[in-house]
Ligand binder design. Structure first.
Ligand code: 5GP
Ligand code: ZN
Length: 111
């Protein structure tokens, strides 16, 4: 996807603060954090949203969810919130599947 911000971040064409990368997934800090720690996990392959996923994405989705507590712990979080916004009505602004992970501070934002 030539005009996708997160594809460009995956390819290194847009700078980001990367905290993790493997053959399937990249994680980087959100540019507008809503908590002291706030990062996004994205698949390297372009998938628009959770609504476009099917059984073939099961391994990838499982991998990202299992990665969340590991990366959160590495970032110093004892607990965290995950969020996957799906579709305009779900608050999604970037149409490349991503899992928000955020935490730290005294109160957790809900959006
Ligand atoms: P959504 O609303 O689609 O779930 O969340 C998109 C997230 O991507 C937002 O939290 C926003 O701050 C973040 N974001 C948008 N553009 C960029 C960017 O260029 N770099 C980084 N690191 N984050 C971005
Ligand atoms: Zn993309």
């Amino acid at each position: 996807m030539d005009d996708c911000i997160f594809c460009k971040i995956v390819k290194g064409e847009i700078n980001s603060t990367r905290i993790y990368e493997d053959e399937d997934v990249v994680a980087f800090n959100d540019i507008h954090p809503i908590a002291p720690v706030h990062f996004l996990m994205v698949p390297k392959v372009h998938v628009e949203s959770l609504a476009q996923c099917d059984d073939s994405h099961g391994r990838l989705l499982g991998k990202m969810l299992l990665l969340a507590p590991k990366l959160a712990a590495e970032q110093g979080l004892a607990g965290f919130r995950t969020m996957i916004n799906t579709g305009h009505e779900g608050g999604q602004e970037v149409f490349h599947l991503h899992v928000h992970v955020f935490g730290g501070g005294t109160t957790l934002p809900t959006t």
